[in-house]
Design a protein. Structure first.
Length: 278
């Protein structure tokens, strides 16, 4: 437990020291908010500003959670992981520490954006809602930080990871309904979006943030907070279960792969010389 806490504190401190990154991560979501909200007005979404903001929050949580991959590769390539393993520490503890630190940072960012969102009209009728929102951000952060750790432990260098990261995250982010309403996508892409865990994370988080978990199924489907497949409807509650199942799979895979990875084979570049060592 001490190792997990130490890794969490270290990674959070490293993140907080990068003031430029922190400021940009707080500003950019609101740039996208005003840009994307006009698109969602065209599909008759009620309270499009809050609807889009909820989606942007979950995208920020997703992207920040995945940053664990980059930091993990840097730690391995720099030899930090080897130094940690000199002490009697199990790799699973390191994996948990990395995932929880990423989740903590992602949740912190999400809370900051929601606090600012309060001043542009995103309000709640019950104090339970903000607590449930924080809990859902923690869950989603764990799911995708474990996914990021799995990616980091599966590649041999940073260049390979950058290619894989773009190839994986681009369809995930654009096929989840945050940037473009799913109803505006071609039928083929709408079908593919049903296999995207972010689709369900976004739908549940929006329904929770907008306090629409108890509205009628027809309204949920109309607001793209639920998905109708033939006669079966994937409600926000079912979406939460799907996200949790994805998370369970990612956690198992990431801990298995991370526990077996050879740290000596991971580098920042393909060349023999480290590009950061001039």
């Amino acid at each position: 437990m001490r190792t997990i806490t130490a890794l969490m504190c270290r990674n959070v401190k490293l993140f907080m020291r990068n003031r430029v990154q922190l400021i940009l991560l707080l500003i950019m979501p609101f740039f996208y908010l005003y840009l994307i909200s006009t698109i969602f007005k065209s599909v008759s979404i009620n309270d499009s500003m809050s609807y889009v903001l909820a989606g942007i929050v979950i995208i920020v949580v997703f992207q920040t959670s995945l940053n664990i991959a980059t930091s993990t590769i840097d730690d391995i390539a720099s030899g930090y992981m080897k130094e940690v393993l000199v002490s009697p520490v199990r790799r699973v503890e390191i994996a948990i520490g990395q995932m929880l630190s990423s989740t903590t940072i992602a949740t912190f960012q999400g809370i900051l954006i929601l606090m600012i969102g309060y001043f542009i009209g995103m309000n709640y009728t019950t104090p339970i809602t903000p607590l449930a929102i924080i809990a859902s951000m923690i869950l989603i952060g764990i799911v995708f930080s474990s996914f990021g750790l799995f990616l980091a432990a599966s590649v041999k260098n940073a260049q390979t990871f950058q290619i894989i990261s773009i190839a994986v995250t681009t369809p995930i982010t654009f096929l989840c309904g945050v940037y473009v309403p799913l109803s505006l996508l071609p039928n083929g892409l709408q079908f593919l979006s049903l296999f995207n865990p972010m689709t369900y994370a976004t739908a549940f988080f929006r329904a929770l943030s907008l306090e629409k978990l108890s509205v009628s199924t027809d309204e949920l489907v109309a607001q793209e907070l639920a998905f109708k497949i033939s006669n079966f409807v994937i409600t926000p509650q079912i979406s939460l279960i799907i996200v949790a199942l994805f998370g369970l799979v990612f956690i198992i895979l990431s801990t298995i792969v991370f526990s077996k990875v050879d740290f000596s084979r991971v580098s920042r570049s393909h060349g023999n010389k480290d590009i950061f060592q001039q």
